[in-house]
Design a protein around this ligand. Sequence first.
Ligand code: ADP
Ligand code: MG
Length: 351
Amino acid sequence: MLQRLFILLLLCCTALVQAQAQRLPTKEPQTHKKVQLLMGTRFELAAVTRDEQKAWEAIDAGIKEIQRIEALISEWQPTSQTSEINRNAGIKPVVVNQELYDLISRSNRISSMTGGAFDISFASIDKVWKYDGSMKALPTPDQIKASVSKINYKNIILNPENHSVFLKEPGMKIGFGAIGKGYAANRARDVMREMGIEGGVVNAAGDLVTWGKQPDGQPWYVGIADPEEKDKVFSWLTADNTAVVTSGNYEKFAEVGGQRYSHIIDPRTGYPAKGLKSVTIVCPNGELADALATTVSVLGKEEGLYLVNQLKGVECLLITDEDEIVTSESLSLHYYQNKKKTAAAQTATNK
Ligand code: ADP
Ligand code: MG
């Protein structure tokens, strides 16, 4: 009798284990991906999990978060707080959300750290350099000087008491073209991670942040495009819980008298940045990586490398106009692998 009971119990236990096994997802983790146009850019959000439904929920939450940020920071949407700040330039301070206030403060800190090479009031520029092929002659030095006369981060007046923002000069404007995508990618990653997604990538047209691992346990890799043939990858970076952001002048430039002029302009002089074809920044923070990619393009090889080597946890890979590849002091140790990976390991190539 006792023996029968034991067998029954054992059977029950087995049945219980089986039931549990059926309820538990038995699949290996998989990558679920969605592409969407956000902030005028092609975003791809990827989530690694066993639970497909959770993946789609988290991806949708990430997309909503990026849309929310766009509505707050866009200088193009008239209803955004950023547009309100711009409309009141030279008139009065505007009280804004803590979140926007903090983004502006962080942007200004990057400006002071870089001697104004990075400046969100860059949006005030008069476009004397044209990238649609319409430029036949160079602008005059006076035109160039005047084009940047309203840019000066020191005239963005922040009041921490009521978190208001005042642009001192009439005609001044701020915009987040060089930092907003990185901030949005950081936030989308945070939202997805908090929902229990153990690994993933938020990729804004090649500027990306990663967390966790690929489904097979490998780290994420990012291919760096060959400057000569931009559809070819010439090296791979290991992207372990990090952001990888590239600014480059492959596509957008003005050409006058056989000379190419970059779309990245030094706000301090009005002249296009020179010397670097492409700047890739690797660091854990997508926002900082985005801002620094633009900044190092402005600063050029020597000054740019100097800056990156001062910053803990920030690395870079630069390609000069002469196709020389230059890396920061620790990049090769941690990230840079000049060897081929299998196509399956590829998550993104830069633009
Ligand atoms: P992309 O968006 O092409 O990847 P970037 O991240 O370098 O390139 O950002 C380019 C945008 O940043 C431009 O649209 C311009 O509005 C803005 N920008 C250009 N130069 C600067 C600068 N020195 N400081 C701040 N913003 C800049
Ligand atoms: Mg940038």
